[in-house]
Ligand binder design. Structure first.
Ligand code: UDP
Length: 412
């Protein structure tokens, strides 16, 4: 059958696609609304851009809405984000009132869509309080948490928990993140889309062009980290690792990042990165537009090794993207990176810049090992982290929340 989904058959096989169609038949015509806080930049937007058209093709009336706010609102939600990932953050009453007011104003704009929906999926803390504006709900409301909340700063989690506990269910990327809540909790790992511009094959001509454009020498090893300029991604630690490994190999480092409209700290972290790079011509700090997927794709492909040295990570799509391209990933031993980087198999887990430098040296010296790890990494993503699996789990969850009182559901 023609259409977007048919294109995935070549990658995942016809059974996977048949199963999606069977599940979707039960949900035919259902209204589903996803809400987050940015259209561009970061993993959530990346996933929603791909998931919504696929749900639509499956006959689900899926929509994606974005809440907006002023500078103070994003400062507050970034503090919440940092606090949920473990930082102590004392958020003033005034900031919290502004947060609640902003979300309430957003609700008024979205009211029609949210009230009509059979299922509402709210992503992350920014729009979490929307539920408080909608006391009488027709549909099921689900909170989808994408961040590493394994050790949240209690005071902030307690505040958010008041909103989150009003949802009918919540979704988490890892069991370690799940918090006690009075509703069913589901585990769904994120995914990448192998057919997106970020992940499709790139011709060798185009790879060469990207190297030329950014002054990269393809004859010398390239180490890359792609990330928003966020402290939890530890870009300064990456520079430290590069310097330690550079004493042994003539490496080049690419730190490719860009802004997300809901992340107010990027500029500050970028300035720290530039300061740490100290004009080294082999450190390439690239600020790319958030829709420059082909460049990110090419940079990941021309790299010998990809780093994701985060100190907290909800999942780390950049890890999945690199592994899909057959690159071993040296990643921080934390959160969702642990789900993907199987130490010594698909890459290495590290805790310090020194550890990352040792692993860079190890792999650059053993090219055969590097190649084999990259192949395993690709297979691991194929089997676990493609969008078709993600979609299947979403559909199953939707069936579960919509028909939970039925003990038998016919799919044919
Ligand atoms: N990304 C991008 N341009 C950038 C930085 C990141 O397109 O300059 C993409 C990256 O390829 C990945 C997503 O943004 O698809 C980041 O997702 P991840 O889960 O790694 O981290 P998050 O930003 O959600 O914390």
């Amino acid at each position: 059958m023609a259409g977007l989904l048919a294109e995935y058959e070549a990658i995942v096989g016809p059974d996977v696609i048949d199963q999606l169609r069977q599940l979707a038949r039960i949900l035919d015509g259902m209204n589903v609304v996803h809400v987050n806080s940015t259209k561009e930049g970061g993993g959530v937007a990346e996933i929603l851009h791909r998931l919504i058209p696929l749900k639509k093709e499956l006959g689900i009336n899926a929509k994606w809405e974005v809440i907006t706010g002023n500078k103070e609102f994003y400062q507050c939600t970034k503090l919440m984000h940092n606090a949920l990932q473990g930082n102590r953050a004392d958020i003033s009453e005034e900031m919290l009132r502004n947060y609640e007011e902003t979300v309430k104003e957003n609700y008024e704009g979205l009211q029609r869509h949210l009230e009509d929906a059979d299922i509402v999926i709210i992503h992350d803390p920014q729009p979490a309080a929307l539920i408080a504006s909608c006391p009488v709900r027709k549909g099921k409301w689900i909170w989808r948490c994408h961040i590493d909340v394994s050790h949240p700063y209690r005071q902030v989690w307690k505040y958010l928990r008041y909103f989150v506990s009003q949802y009918d269910a919540s979704i988490w990327s890892l069991s370690e993140f799940a918090q006690p809540l009075p509703h069913p909790l589901y585990l769904i790992a994120p995914s990448i889309d192998p057919l997106s511009k970020k992940n499709i094959d790139v011709s060798s001509d185009d790879l060469e062009k990207v190297c030329m454009k950014y002054g990269l020498d393809p004859a010398r090893p390239i180490i890359t980290q792609v990330s928003r300029f966020d402290r939890f991604k530890d870009p300064v630690g990456v520079i430290h690792s590069y310097r330690l490994a550079k004493e042994f190999h003539p490496i080049q480092l690419v730190l490719a990042g860009g802004g997300a409209s809901d992340d107010p700290e990027g500029e500050e972290v970028l300035a720290q990165v530039r300061f740490a790079a100290d004009g080294d011509p082999d450190i390439h700090v690239l600020m790319l537009p958030s829709d420059d997927h082909l460049t990110i794709n090419a940079l990941q492909r021309v790299s010998d090794i990809v780093l994701q040295k985060s100190t907290r990570e909800g999942f780390g799509l950049t890890v999945t993207e690199a592994m899909w391209k057959g690159k071993p990933v040296i990643g921080g031993d934390t959160g969702g990176i642990r789900l993907q980087v199987i130490n010594h198999h698909t890459g290495f887990l590290v805790n310090t810049p020194e550890g990352a430098a040792l692993r860079i040296r190890y792999l650059l010296k053993r090219r055969e090992k590097l190649q084999k790890m990259g192949e395993k990494a690709h297979r691991f993503v194929l089997e676990n982290f493609l969008i078709t699996r993600h979609l299947r789990e979403y559909l199953t969850l939707m069936v579960a929340v919509m028909f939970k009182r039925q003990d038998r559901i016919e799919t044919q």
